[in-house]
Ligand binder design. Structure first.
Ligand code: DLL
Length: 440
C-alpha cells in the first residue's frame, strides 16, 4: 500500500490548483456568511466574497492570528450551529484565552484521513499495531493519530503519554509495530528499553511517527538507532485540526502538505508580503473544507521553506521543511507550547517581581526547563525551608498554568543580569534545525 488516497495524493499540480480555487471560493462564502469576526476583518479590508475567484485572489484576504482567535474565546469563530459539532480540541494556554477548535463529523473525518495518509506514507498498512503515546484529551496528538489509525484499520493502542513501564509492557506483549509520540518521548522510550536490557532488534517496532515539537536530523538518527526503526516527521496545529496537515514519506525529505484540504503560503513575517516558492518565511494556512472552524490565511508563526520539487514517492503535494524557528516567542517544551507571558502572569500573581529567566536545554534528548526568579530582600532572609516551600508552590502554580512543571529556583536579589535594552528572558540552549539540512 503506497497511498491512503491515491487519486488525491498523486493528482497533477494543475488539478490541485483548480481544486483549490473552486474550494476557496466556497470556503470564503461560508466564512463570510457564518463567521462575524471574519466578516468584520474582510469588510475592514474592503474585500467581499465576490472578489475571490480563485487562488490568485488569496492575497486579497486579511490574515488572522492566534490572538484574533483567542479574543473571540470560546465560540466567536464557530461557523456552524453548535448542535452540528461533535467535538472540541484546544490549545494549551492561559486559562480563558485558549483557542477552542470545533469539529463537525465531516471535519473529524477529514482530519482522521489526513492522519491515515501519514501512517501509510510512513509504510503502515491495516496489519499494523499502532501505539499512540501522544497525550489524549484536549491536545490533538492522541485523538488525531488514534483516528487515523482506526481509519486505516490498524489495531490501535490508545496509550496516551506517560507510564513508561506500561508503555513498554503493551508494546512488547501486543507487538506494536508503529509508535506515535513526541520525538522526545520516543528518545526516552528508547533509553528506557535499553535500561531494561531490551535490544533495538528485540522490540516489535518498525516505524515511528513523531511531531508536535522541533527535532533535528541528529535526533532522528539517534532515535532510529536506539529503537531500531525508521522515524518520520508529522506536523500540524490545533487551529488546522491537529496533526496531519503535513507528513513525511519514505524519502524523509520534508513533509507533504495535504493540499486538497489546505493552501500553504510563505510570507515575510515583518511585512506580510507573499514570498516565492523556495523562500524562507512564515507559513500561512487556509483551510478548504473545514466547516466548524475554518481558517483563512492563518499565521502559524512557524518559519519554514516550501518546495514543489518532484518527490520520488509519487505524491504531488508541496513539501515543507521542518519548522526552523518561530516568528514569535513561543517555546515548545516537552511538546507543550509555552509563552513567556504566561510565566510572567504567574509570577506577578504570586507576588514576585518580573525579574526572571527561563532556561531551556536538552539532556539525553529530553528537554530541561528551569525558571530562575529573584526574591525580594525579605523573602531572601527567610528560612531555607520556607524558601523551598515557596519554590514548590510556584512549581504547582506554573504546572496549573502551563500543563508542565518547570524546576523553579528562587535566587538572591539582583542576581539576574539586567539588560540595557530588551530583557533576556529566555535562554534556549537546544540546537535548532538549520537550513543546510534541507535538500528540497
Ligand atoms: O502540536 C499538533 C500535533 C500533534 C502535531 C502531534 C504533530 C503531532 P499544537 O499543540 O497546537 O498542535 O502546536 C502547534 O507545534 O505551530 C509548531 O510550532 C509545533 N509543531 C507541530 N508539529 C511539529 C513538528 C500540535 N513536526 C505547534 N516539528 C506548531 C516542529 C512542530 N514543530
Amino acid at each position: 500500500m503506497r497511498y491512503f488516497n491515491e487519486p488525491a495524493e498523486t493528482m497533477p499540480v494543475s488539478r490541485i490548483r483548480q481544486m483549490q480555487s473552486e474550494k476557496l471560493v466556497k470556503q470564503v462564502q461560508h466564512v463570510y456568511e457564518h463567521c462575524a469576526p471574519y466578516r468584520k476583518k474582510m469588510d475592514e479590508k474592503g474585500v467581499k466574497p465576490e472578489d475571490i475567484h480563485g487562488i490568485e485572489d488569496l492575497h486579497k484576504l486579511p490574515f488572522i492570528s492566534k490572538d484574533d482567535l483567542r479574543e473571540e474565546y470560546p465560540r466567536g469563530f464557530l461557523a456552524v450551529p453548535q448542535k452540528d459539532c461533535v467535538r472540541i480540541q484546544s490549545t494549551s494556554g492561559t486559562t480563558g484565552r485558549r483557542v477552542v477548535a470545533f469539529y463537525t463529523q465531516h471535519d473529524v473525518d477529514l482530519w482522521e484521513e489526513c492522519c491515515a495518509r501519514a501512517i501509510v506514507a510512513a509504510g503502515g498498512t491495516n496489519e499494523d499495531v499502532v501505539q499512540v503515546s501522544y497525550g489524549y484529551g484536549l491536545f490533538t496528538g492522541g485523538p488525531g493519530l488514534n483516528g487515523g489509525s482506526h481509519k486505516l484499520g490498524c489495531l490501535t493502542l490508545p496509550m496516551s503519554s506517560g507510564n513508561t513501564d506500561r508503555q513498554i509492557q503493551f508494546m512488547m506483549d501486543l507487538g506494536a509495530t508503529i509508535l506515535c509520540c513526541t520525538p522526545s518521548y520516543a528518545a526516552y522510550l528508547g533509553e528506557s528499553l535499553k535500561e531494561r536490557g531490551i535490544k533495538p532488534e528485540e522490540n516489535p517496532l518498525k516505524v515511528g511517527i513523531f511531531g508536535a515539537e522541533p527535532w533535528t536530523e541528529e535526533m532522528r538518527r539517534s532515535i532510529e538507532e536506539t529503537l531500531g526503526i525508521k522515524a518520520y516527521d508529522i506536523y500540524g496545529l490545533t487551529e488546522t485540526s491537529g496533526p496531519g496537515v503535513s507528513f513525511e514519506c519514505q524519502e524523509q525529505q520534508g513533509m507533504h502538505i495535504n493540499e486538497d484540504h489546505f493552501i500553504a503560503e510563505i510570507i515575510d513575517p515583518e511585512t506580510g508580503e507573499v514570498l516565492p516558492e523556495g523562500s524562507k518565511g512564515e507559513l500561512v494556512f487556509t483551510s478548504l473544507d473545514k466547516e466548524a472552524f475554518p481558517l483563512l490565511r492563518y499565521r502559524t508563526r512557524d518559519i519554514c521553506i516550501l518546495s514543489r520539487k518532484k518527490c520520488s514517492c509519487g505524491r504531488t503535494f508541496i513539501r515543507m521543511t521542518k519548522p526552523m524557528g518561530r516568528s514569535d516567542d513561543m517555546l515548545i517544551i516537552r511538546g507543550v507550547n509555552v509563552f513567556p507571558s504566561q510565566i510572567e502572569t504567574v509570577l506577578l500573581k504570586e507576588g514576585y517581581s518580573p525579574n526572571y529567566q527561563i532556561v531551556v536545554d536538552r539532556e539525553k534528548n529530553n528537554d530541561t526547563f528551569d525558571i530562575l526568579v529573584e526574591m525580594d530582600e525579605e523573602t531572601f532572609s527567610d528560612t531555607v525551608s520556607n524558601i523551598t516551600a515557596r519554590e514548590k508552590a510556584l512549581v504547582a502554580a506554573m504546572r496549573a498554568m502551563l500543563g508542565i512543571g518547570p524546576a523553579v529556583h528562587l535566587v538572591a536579589p539582583h542576581t539576574i543580569q539586567r539588560s540595557e535594552g530588551k530583557a533576556v528572558r529566555v535562554i534556549d540552549k537546544r540546537k535548532l534545525v538549520t537550513d543546510s539540512q534541507w535538500k528540497g
